[in-house]
Every structure is written in C-alpha cells, then in structure tokens.
Design a protein around this ligand. Structure first.
Ligand code: ZN
Length: 340
C-alpha cells in the first residue's frame, strides 16, 4: 500500500512524503494517535516508501519487487515487532539490536516497526533507547502507539513525532460506501465509529451479521412451523445475547413504526424491510416483548439454548393474518407467557 492510498491523515502523509522527497529521513519516528485511524497501515506504507526501488513523489510505487515484498511482509529489511503476550520483551529488542549491527540485505534501509510501542517492558525500553542513542545510519525505527504518554520521555524525545487524528465522519462513510454499504447505512455507522476506521469495520461486520439474522428471522416469521424449528436450531449455535438484542431492537422499531410511521424515529431506518407486512395488535406486541425478556432471564439461568429459542419462536404470531400459528387461536402468546 502507498501512503496516498491511506484514508484521511493528509497532514501525516504530507509530512512523510516531504521528508522522503527532501531526503531528510529521521532514524526514529513515533506514529501516535487514537486506535483504528491507520497508524499501523501507515507504518507499513512508510517502510514500503523507504525501500521502494522507484519511488514516485515521495511515495512508494507499489509495483516493484521491493514494494511487493514489504506488502507481503517478506522483505528481509523490514522487521515487525509486536507484543508477545502483553508486552514487547527485552529479548525481542536484543534481537533487533543484533540485527541492526548489519547493513540491509537488499533494501536501502533497515526499517524496524514496533507495533504497540508503549508496551515495551522497562528493560526492553532501556535497550531500545540505546539503539536510538547510537543510531545505525541505515536503520529507521517506527514506533506505533495509541498511548505515547506511556513511553519513556527519553524515547519520545528521540523520535520524530507523526500525529494521526480521528478520521472525519465523511472519510469513514466514504470508506464504507466503497465497500458497497448504502449511503444511509454508511452515514449511520460512521456516526457511531468515533473517528476510528477499525471500529467502523467492526460495526460493519456486526451489522452484516445482524442483517443476515434479521433476514433469516423474517423468513421464518413468514414461514411454517418447520422453518421456525430450523431457525431455533441455528440460533442455538449463535451468541444468544447478540441475537436476542437484535430482536429486541427489531421489536422496538416495529412498535415505533406501527405507532408513528416515522423512519426518523427508528434505530435502524434501513431495516424497515425486515418488519412484517401487517399491523400487530398491542397485545401481540406485548406478548412478543414478554417472550424476549423471559428468554433473556432464562439465558441467565443457563437454559438449554435450542429449547429457549423454540419457546420464543413457536409462540410468536404469524407475520400474516389468518395463517400459521395465529389460525390456531394462540396468536401473540408464547408458551412461556401463558405459564406466567
Ligand atoms: Zn516500489
């Protein structure tokens, strides 16, 4: 990846590009900023630019053999140091120090990327400090940190700071739209992401799973007894809290939608398509809610999951009037609520 392919962070990218163009490469950088805004990706892009065989405008070409090797993490002169367990340990830094004694094998510079650089043990930090105090002319250290305040001040002062900021909402929305998310949904997720692309990706993954769940639910809701039993079996293998939570939000939206007809008041305005095609009575809505709340309580009591979901799903009214369960005269009452 090239620096220019990184989302947002124009100031940081410009700072790095300019230093390569002007051949003012520092022996150590500190990439700091909140989590999930592109620091690690930028560190890799910077390592690529530093070793690219035909850089363009202070950035990597992304095509030469060196670029391919850095991108594939097989370049012998780009070292990736990550915490082993909770910390980066002394032995890891000692190994780096041994390697730094030798010139690059095939690149122009030996780039050492320390992810989560704030997680150096005190001994490892002191060992690293020695490398920063007596820098090998071919070595470039890139410390990446969400919490630069946890680094030794003496380490911080020897690094050129490169600051990464929370990404603007529209940048995140644009990233999500490029991934095929609708404009409305991308805007909604971006507003929840708090400037972090990583968080937006996590929200998107959760969202995709939730939509698949609701689509499947809608299918069973409109389908036969057998389809509901089949869904209960599927749900028994999922994270029950997440599935129950998704159904509770769905029910809340259904209720609000029926009462107001306003998309603006829905938690998931684009999920209107998953709502049933008919109006449910207050009694039915109340019974649905009691089913879910009761299931929640039963979950806390370690109820058998498939049984729990069968109790919920078999008692729910049918999506359409006069069909399925509702024709049996049991509409809107789950077996659990009857027993209360
Ligand atoms: Zn290249």
């Amino acid at each position: 990846m090239r620096l220019q392919d990184l989302f947002g962070q124009e100031i940081a990218k410009e700072q790095l590009r300019r230093s390569l163009l002007e051949e003012r490469i520092s022996h150590a950088y500190l990439f700091s900023g909140p989590p999930g805004v592109g620091k690690k990706t930028a560190a890799l892009a910077w390592a690529q630019a530093l070793n690219c065989l035909s850089p363009v405008g202070g950035d990597a070409c992304d095509a030469c053999p060196a670029c391919r090797k850095v991108a594939n993490r097989t370049h012998p002169d780009v070292l990736h140091i990550v915490p082993e367990g909770e910390s980066i340990h002394l032995e890891q830094v000692r190994e780096v120090r041994r390697r730094v004694l030798y010139q690059p094998y095939e690149g122009q510079r030996l780039v050492v990327i320390l992810s989560d650089g704030d997680r150096l043990t005190p001994e490892a930090a002191n060992a690293l400090l020695k490398s920063l105090e007596e820098p090998a002319p071919w070595a470039v250290f890139v410390l990446v940190s969400d919490r630069p305040q946890d680094l030794l001040p003496t380490i911080r002062s020897r690094c050129q700071p490169v600051n990464f900021r929370p990404l603007p909402r529209q940048v995140i929305a644009s990233f999500l739209k490029d991934r095929g998310i609708s404009e409305e949904q991308a805007g909604f997720l971006a507003s929840l992401a708090g400037g972090s692309l990583a968080r937006a990706e996590k929200l998107q993954a959760d969202e995709t799973a939730r939509r698949a769940l609701l689509a499947r639910w809608q299918q069973a809701w409109r389908g036969s007894l057998l389809e509901r039993l089949s869904l209960a079996r599927e749900l028994a293998n999922r994270e029950t809290e997440i599935a129950l939570g998704a159904f509770l939000v769905w029910l809340r939206d259904l209720w609000v939608w029926q009462e107001t007809g306003s998309r603006d008041l829905l938690r998931n305005p684009d999920l209107v398509t998953y709502l049933p095609g008919r109006m449910l009575s207050h009694a039915e809505l109340g019974a649905l809610r009691r089913c879910l709340v009761r299931a929640w309580q039963r979950l806390a009591q370690n109820a058998q999951k498939q049984l729990l979901w069968e109790e919920v799903l078999l008692g729910w009214p049918s999506a359409s009037n006069g069909e399925g369960r509702s024709s049996s005269g049991n509409s809107g009452r789950c077996p659990v609520s009857q027993s209360r």
